[in-house]
Ligand binder design. Sequence first.
Ligand SMILES: [Fe+2]
Ligand SMILES: [Fe+2]
Length: 395
Amino acid sequence: MEQPREELRLGYDVDEIAIRFSNYFHLLRELVHLSCGWLALAPQFETKYALGDHLHDDARAISKIRRRLYELRHPSDYPGAPAEELSALLDRLAGAPTLAAYIELAYGEAKPALLRAFRIHLDHLDPVSDEPSLRLLTQLVERQARHVSELGPAGMAGGGVEDLGALPIHLKAEPRALRLMAPLVEPARDEFVEVTPEGDPFLARELYINDPDENHVPVEPEEQRHFFHALMDAELCAAELMARNSHENPEMPWDFHVDMARQTWDEMRHAKLHSLLMPKELGCRWGDYPVGFSYFRSVYARDLLGRLALFNSTSEQKAMWRHSHRRKTLVERGQKQIAQVFDYLLADEVPHVHNGARWGSYLCGGDEAAYKRKVRELREGLDETGAPSGEPRAA
Ligand SMILES: [Fe+2]
Ligand SMILES: [Fe+2]
């Protein structure tokens, strides 16, 4: 078989490639950090969903870019610090006063600049000697183009930096510090969703108890409507909590941020699943009942260790039993579609619970037994639904 003719091109030299990837790293790291901060403040479900999806894509991109830097600058993956022009863009992103201003800058200027730089890079690289970059950038171009088409302003041409990859990098400088947003007061919901102090009064505590004799599985249409509506809100709260865990703790190891990004996206997908299930199977929709934030507040008020212990290692850990119990009961009653939702939720919950043990132990100096003691201690203040006494729980 005749082979296609390939010509030697020899594009960028190794140092230029490493500089390009370092610039991509800095922009993506800032975007993940800030999108994690803004996600809870996005009222519109579709916008919140897109932010969660994109920040997970970008977190995975950063892991791959760091790996490429490690290969090029062996044995260091240190990306240095961004020079003045990129720092100015990052400062503007970090200083965006509103969600709308952030989205306009992130999706109207920063991501289009990144996309442009990826394309320039692809046009100039040597496809043989630098095939690892070719494969990586081909994947990243497709993702950034999707992000810009989903949240970017219509008819956007993008301005700003001509070729972001060619900007200088200060290799001897200190790492760039990430700016923290103000702590959350409460998450934002679509304007048609009523937020009340007590949430949906229809929900009975028996729905959330982990005792096989006392737990009540929602089987009637009316209780299923209320239950899945509250569950959708609980998924949003979970995504918002994980995103804030990442945003508010930038000093944690990079893998922590990847785990939080993944869980954020999982919880957003769960919320979307319920938003589709409600009109299709249950005859209700998002916004039909009130929601409340008292449980969210009680977890958010803790430090990272307390949040992991109470949310991942307690609430999600106990929800695993309830999901499997609900699934079994619904299968027995022939409600297969609804039972299958719990099957998916249960599968995703396993790594979420592991996130608690992994990073909780890390925060206890790698001592898993010390973390377990911390979890036990915090559980003592909880009622039989796994919520701090008096706080309603909805998962
Ligand atoms: Fe979930
Ligand atoms: Fe979860």
